[in-house]
Design a protein around this ligand. Structure first.
Ligand code: BES
Ligand code: MN
Length: 444
């Protein structure tokens, strides 16, 4: 492989473009600027669009009448690298080991979006132009909910008019197995705080006569699920679209050992989930209620006999068609309030939220994508849904009136959001082939 490609990849990975923490703001901006330079360098006209948050990189070729218009979307922001001590090499000092590049963002999403860029670089070198009119939109806030991207889409709605959106920010079921995701889960967040006494108290002097907020919170949170893994919030499943038989059948036949893979990658002692569904169904087509973090009381070494003043928990719900995020948060709030034990007060604050997405893999462009993947990988594409969320995809539909092809390059062992995130060169290369094939098929 041309060393130049790897140089570009490493340069992009060296920016600590963590979107959630202000201390990385300089790196975020520098990363966006590097992309502008890179894209101008390959012959696209590129602008850095400021937003209320991190800037958006927007590049175009010269549009010609009579050609299809494609919007390729990706993100240059990354998740925080913590916990640092679990990395084998520093997260922002990329290394190549046994064919895999290790760094934060290697898969999610720098490797994937860069392979599109380099594919287009090759095409423009060989053919002078792309076969389509292109919009390339690379944002810096995907990992924090894409809050400012809808405004950008709205403002530039006419300019951004396109036939189809292409996104590579999802999974591949196995190495060498091309994969189209025709669905994503949504996500919505809720934070709770359970307060008892006005200060931390001596648990000998007060304990027994004043409610313990952490005990109360534990009790409350324990009511979220029943023992079969169903969510016990009243009405939670009312809008859930049942899985279609063709999907269940198709997923059952996928040539992968899902249970073994999940056991291995998670390291959990055993798998557990909602009764009556396979692991794939649980992740791709069923909603969840997760506790992402909780705190309160004494966290230091040893014992402290204290009755804490408060406890807090951070929850998110993954949503599936046709659940509505706001309605789900309302139901959850009602449920928690109803199950709040006496002696404490409960405060709740909803957070970011993004809708699910479901599209038809057999649409005209869905078929084009399937042909392109067959050409790039020499194999029929697997058609799957995803458990993760890319909230902006539903905004492409709502604001731009365009469907999205999710052509993922993330392997099951990519460690996205975890220590030792990695991306294989094999996929970096396949991504370039895929980009060429998909633009050619869409143009046809
Ligand atoms: N690339 C992921 C989304 C993803 C993950 C798709 C796994 C398919 C499989 C994306 O960058 C991401 O992590 N999104 C967040 C969105 C959230 C912060 C609103 C997610 O899913 O948690
Ligand atoms: Mn991510």
């Amino acid at each position: 492989m041309a060393d130049k490609y790897l140089d570009d990849f490493f340069a992009l990975l060296r920016f600590a473009s963590v979107s959630t923490d202000d201390k990385y703001k300089k790196d975020v901006d520098a990363c966006a600027n590097w992309l502008v330079q890179k894209l101008n360098g390959i012959g696209l006209t590129t602008q850095l669009v400021p937003t209320a948050g991190h800037p958006i990189v927007w590049a175009q070729n010269k549009h010609k009448p009579g050609r299809r218009t494609v919007l390729i979307y990706g993100h240059y922001d990354v998740q925080p690298p913590d916990p640092l001590e679990l990395w084998d090499s520093p997260p922002f000092e990329p290394v190549l080991k046994d064919g895999y590049v290790f760094a934060r963002g290697a898969t999610d999403n720098k490797g994937q979006i860069l392979s599109h860029i380099l594919g287009m670089q090759e095409t423009m070198k060989e053919d002078v132009d792309l076969p389509v009119n292109l919009h390339l939109v690379i944002e810096g806030e995907e990992e924090i909910g894409s809050n400012n991207l809808p405004t950008f889409l709205q403002k530039n709605r006419d300019a951004l008019k396109c036939d189809i959106v292409v996104v590579s920010d999802t999974g591949m079921i196995a190495p060498g197995m091309p994969t189209i995701s025709y669905g994503l889960r949504g996500v919505t967040a809720l934070e709770i705080k359970v307060t008892g006494p006005k200060i931390d108290l001596h648990s000998g002097i007060y304990g027994g006569a004043v409610a313990n907020p952490l005990a109360a919170m534990s009790k409350m949170l324990a009511t979220l699920h029943d023992r079969d893994g169903h969510i016990a919030i009243e009405g939670f499943y009312d809008q859930v679209l049942p899985l279609e038989n063709w999907e269940r059948e198709m997923w059952r036949k996928l040539p992968i050992d899902v249970e073994a893979e999940l056991r291995k990658e998670s390291g959990a002692p055993e798998l557990f989930g909602e009764k009556g569904f396979s692991s794939l169904e649980r992740i791709w087509a069923r909603p969840t209620a997760e506790i992402n973090g909780m705190g309160g009381g004494y966290q230091g070494q040893g014992t402290k006999t204290v009755l804490p003043s408060y406890g807090f928990a951070k929850l998110t719900f993954r949503l599936v068609p046709n659940q509505d995020g706001d309605a789900i948060v309302d139901l959850a709030k009602k449920h928690l309030q109803k199950n709040c034990p006496p002696g404490v007060t409960l405060e709740m604050q909803s957070g970011h939220s993004g809708p699910w997405y479901l599209t038809d893999p057999h649409s005209k462009f869905g078929e084009a994508a399937q042909r392109a993947l067959k050409k790039a990988f020499g194999k029929e594409a697997a058609l799957i849904r995803e458990g993760g969320s890319i909230p902006i995809v539903s905004a492409f539909r709502e604001i731009l009136n365009a469907e999205t092809l999710l052509l993922g390059l993330a392997l099951p062992n990519c460690r996205a959001h975890s220590p030792n995130e990695n991306f294989p060169l094999e996929n970096f290369e396949a991504g370039r082939r895929m980009n060429k094939a998909v633009l050619a098929e869409i143009a046809a």
